[in-house]
Design a protein around this ligand. Structure first.
Ligand code: PA5
Length: 425
């Protein structure tokens, strides 16, 4: 197992007897999930998805990526929520693998953003991937209108068939109808996998393959995690131990979880995690509020609140064991800033000490915390993390007795907005 969970700073908050009393409840949640008889079981296709992805499909997408890169200066990836955040999280985590610049669209309703984007694309050879499971979501539908209009002025109808790729439901939705009418290339999203669990479906794999990322490594990592986190026992299964700890802390009035990291490559993984946990747990008046912090920068802002504010928090650190290329700190003859003590050390050494100091200080400041660590910034670690968190949120969802796989609350603003826009639905 590559991932590790350090629970040292839960001591005093969760006692041995608490772990023992949590075990049978986790076992029940595991059975509901694996026997597919719990709430929302029709959306548990992600559970064995890593092993169901065929190697020939990965080969096909790798070839597609090579072909698209020869005809393009950039990719525009259109989508929102589960059809956007995981893609960006993967590209930022694996930034050193990226072979083609990627622009995003369909994730906001800002005129300025589109104005700037269209200017940026003007003299570039562009390929577009439009991703929408429902095919009817406002932001990507309007974003696609704008980008499609731009593409139609730039390319012939035949050329567009190579340059517009759609990822959507196999049969339903407006985007599927557009595919049928225009003859664009298309990939299908499985029915039994919801948006926030879809990073390993064509939703994520198509744009990531085009950008040149190691999609095989990503899937292999998830396959390893599927095996590693299949056991029912919280002593052996750290995904379940994490889930149980979260549930226990929530019962102790720790209503907010902060996912804290010390490397900007994880900022969007934290966004992905917020969607996964917020949409899965936040319903029926229940759920831990998922927040994130980007250290050390946020230690100079949020740090004050975390250390001394209201004690309704707990924290999960996400740490890489090895961070990448070294940058050594130079010695300075005058040493006016007094930092010669760390001269000759790698920057990352200082970062790691900052993490140790922070986790200790927050623990002593009455913020229980855990640390999830992964070996390095590679595709396998990321695939393992994705699956680790998906499995954990399914278990806490069942412990909270909610359906972790629906999101009825996201409709409320849409109903009001359609009314304001005069759109019939
Ligand atoms: O998790 C979800 O279901 C949402 O965040 C969706 O992914 C998001 O609304 C986009 O939906 P769609 O892919 O249908 O356009």
């Amino acid at each position: 197992m590559d991932l590790k969970l350090d629970c040292e700073h839960l001591k005093g908050f969760i006692k041995e007897k608490d772990w023992i009393s949590l075990a049978p409840r986790v076992q029940k949640a595991h059975e509901q999930l694996h026997q597919r008889n719990g709430k929302g079981h029709e959306f548990t296709g992600w559970l064995d998805l890593p092993e169901r992805i065929s190697d020939s499909f990965l080969d096909e997408l790798t070839k597609l990526g090579e072909e698209v890169r020869t005809q393009s200066d950039c990719l525009v990836s259109i989508g929102i929520g589960g059809s956007y955040i995981g893609i960006r999280a993967s590209l930022e985590f694996l930034v050193d693998q990226q072979k083609l610049p990627v622009y995003y669209a369909g994730h906001n309703l800002s005129s300025t953003y589109y104005h700037e984007l269209l200017k940026e694309l003007e003299n570039k050879r562009v390929t577009v991937v439009v991703i929408s499971k429902s095919g009817t979501t406002t932001e990507p539908a309007l974003g696609f209108r704008i980008i499609k209009n731009f593409m139609e002025k730039k390319y012939s109808r035949e050329e567009l068939k190579k340059r517009i790729i759609c990822v959507t439901d196999e049969k339903k939705g407006a985007l599927r109808q557009i595919v049928q009418k225009e003859g664009y290339r298309a990939y299908s999203i499985p029915d039994d996998v919801g948006g926030r669990f879809s990073i390993l479906t064509p939703v994520g794999l198509v744009p990531l393959a085009i950008a040149g990322l190691d999609i095989r490594g990503l899937v292999n990592g998830a396959r390893q995690a599927q095996r590693d986190f299949s056991k029912m026992d919280i002593d052996q299964n750290i995904s379940y131990r994490y889930a149980a700890a979260r549930f226990f802390l929530y019962q102790m009035y720790r209503k907010i979880e902060i996912l804290s990291s010390f490397d900007q490559r994880m900022n969007f993984v934290a966004e992905w995690w917020k969607q996964l946990f917020g949409e899965s747990e936040g319903k029926e008046g229940k759920g831990i509020y998922p927040a994130s912090a980007n250290f050390t920068a946020d230690l100079h802002s949020l740090g004050q609140y975390i250390q001394e504010g209201e004690r309704h928090l707990f924290e999960t650190f996400l740490m890489a064991e090895s961070s990448g290329p070294q940058v050594l700190i130079p010695a300075d003859k005058e040493n006016l800033d007094n930092f010669n003590a760390v001269a000759g050390k790698d920057f990352d050494f200082v970062n790691k000490q900052a993490y140790k100091a922070t986790s200790m200080a927050h623990f002593e400041g009455d913020v229980p915390n855990m640390t999830i660590s992964f070996p390095r910034f590679d595709a396998s670690s990321l695939g393992q993390l994705y699956y680790f968190f998906e499995k954990a949120v399914a278990i806490t969802g069942y412990l909270l007795d909610v359906n972790p796989f629906d999101q009825p609350g996201v409709e409320a603003y849409k109903i009001k907005m359609f009314k304001l826009l005069g759109i019939a639905r």
